[in-house]
Design a protein around this ligand. Structure first.
Ligand code: SF4
Length: 378
């Protein structure tokens, strides 16, 4: 095994946003301390059980990792360093909500070795933030970015959401302009989706909110591509843009279908041969760790056909590098054209795919319908 990417799931938020279907819970502050201890115990034990393997990225996600205090986060990151041989130049990211941070918190994160921040800005329009149920206002985003820079963060991502029901192009352009003016190294732009079981899904079903419109979302996506290209960002993944040299190393591990370990409730892991996941409930997770039981809730062996399909589906999300043909050949002993020739040639004829000696990748024509193209491989 080369080196792992490590994902750590903090399943808590101050308040649950009505569109969110992540495994995260509000109102569990009384669990934070016990959770941090058991999570640290699990990470350390798993690393030691595997012989303290090498790790090259750490991603604290959620949820909102910054609801934990610096001592609790220190327990968790100390456990990573104890259980794993963490590369000197490892990318260590923390997600953060602009409503839960200040300069002191960012300085504490820097001291813990966190060197990349991902801020859930979502919109620079106050009404949109209210619709999204965010705990932060527009001013909090500016404050958070300023505080992050003052604390020494030089690798910053902003998340934005577009395609709210009836969203005018002007508010999306405004959000993009404001985001660009803050000069983050990385931007993620996600279309609002209606996830089953969320309050948003109920509102749409009851007719209280119109469903997001695909055509509108495609137009706003095209606008993001134009404006971000104009500002010097490289569109390197369907939903992600970066200044040269600032792609997210942790997420590249997923897109390149490389091995990762996930810790915390509901986290997924994959060692290239098998995928498994942990129990979703924070309480059950804590109880299992404390009683020495496995936290695994399920798993599946990945046969070669599945692994190849996933390598295509994930790799084609990378708009510049695509799927490496030598890399595919080295891993599966066959060229992509031997395995997927008819599909690839058909997509090429439709102008949706470029086939070169070193890679296959989507063409810009495919970007707005990428999800429909990618399912061809599973
Ligand atoms: S802050 Fe993020 S993780 Fe938490 S509920 Fe909102 S969208 Fe979900």
């Amino acid at each position: 095994m080369d080196a792992w990417g490590i994902y750590i799931h903090i399943p808590f938020c101050e308040r649950k946003c009505p569109y969110c279907d992540f495994n995260t819970y509000a109102g569990m502050t009384s669990l934070y301390e016990r959770f941090a201890r058991t999570l640290a115990q699990e990470i350390r034990a798993e690393g030691e059980r595997r012989g303290r393997p090498r790790a090259r990225t750490v991603f604290l996600g959620g949820g909102t990792p910054t609801v934990l205090n610096p001592d609790q986060l220190a327990l968790i990151l100390d456990a990573v360093r104890a259980g794993f041989d963490l590369a000197e130049n490892a990318e260590i990211t923390s997600e953060a909500n602009p409503g839960t941070v200040d300069r002191a918190r960012f300085e504490a994160l820097r001291e813990l070795g966190v060197n990349r921040l991902s801020l859930g800005a979502q919109s620079f329009n106050a009404d949109e933030l209210r619709f999204l149920g965010r705990i932060h206002g527009v001013e909090d985003i500016y404050r958070a970015v300023e505080a992050a820079r003052a604390a020494g963060f030089d690798n910053l991502n902003l998340d934005l959401i577009y395609g709210l029901p009836g969203q005018p192009t002007s508010t999306w352009e405004h959000s993009l302009r404001e985001a660009i003016a803050l000069a983050p190294e990385h931007l993620s732009c996600y279309a609002l989706t209606v996830e089953e079981g969320t309050p948003l899904a109920r509102w749409v079903a009851e007719g209280r909110v119109p469903a997001p419109d695909d055509d509108l979302q495609a137009d706003l996506y095209a606008r993001a591509r134009e404006m971000l290209a104009g500002a010097g960002y490289v569109h390197y993944e369907i939903s992600n843009w970066a200044r040269p040299g600032h792609m997210c190393a942790h997420n590249l591990i997923y897109w390149r279908n490389e091995p990762y370990l996930g810790f915390g409730p509901g986290a997924h892991s994959c060692d290239l041969h098998r995928r498994w996941w942990t129990v979703r409930s924070p309480q059950v997770y804590i109880q299992r760790v404390e009683s020495g039981e496995s936290t695994e809730a399920g798993g599946e062996v990945l046969d070669e056909q599945t692994a190849m399909g996933e390598t295509m589906m994930l790799g084609l999300r990378l708009l510049q590098e695509g799927v490496s043909r030598p890399g595919f050949q080295a891993r599966f002993g066959r060229d992509v054209l031997q395995v997927y020739g008819p599909i690839l040639r058909r997509l090429e004829d439709l102008g949706l795919l470029e086939i070169a000696d070193a890679f296959v990748r989507l063409t810009p024509r495919a970007y707005p319908i990428a999800n429909r193209v990618l399912v061809e491989f599973i």
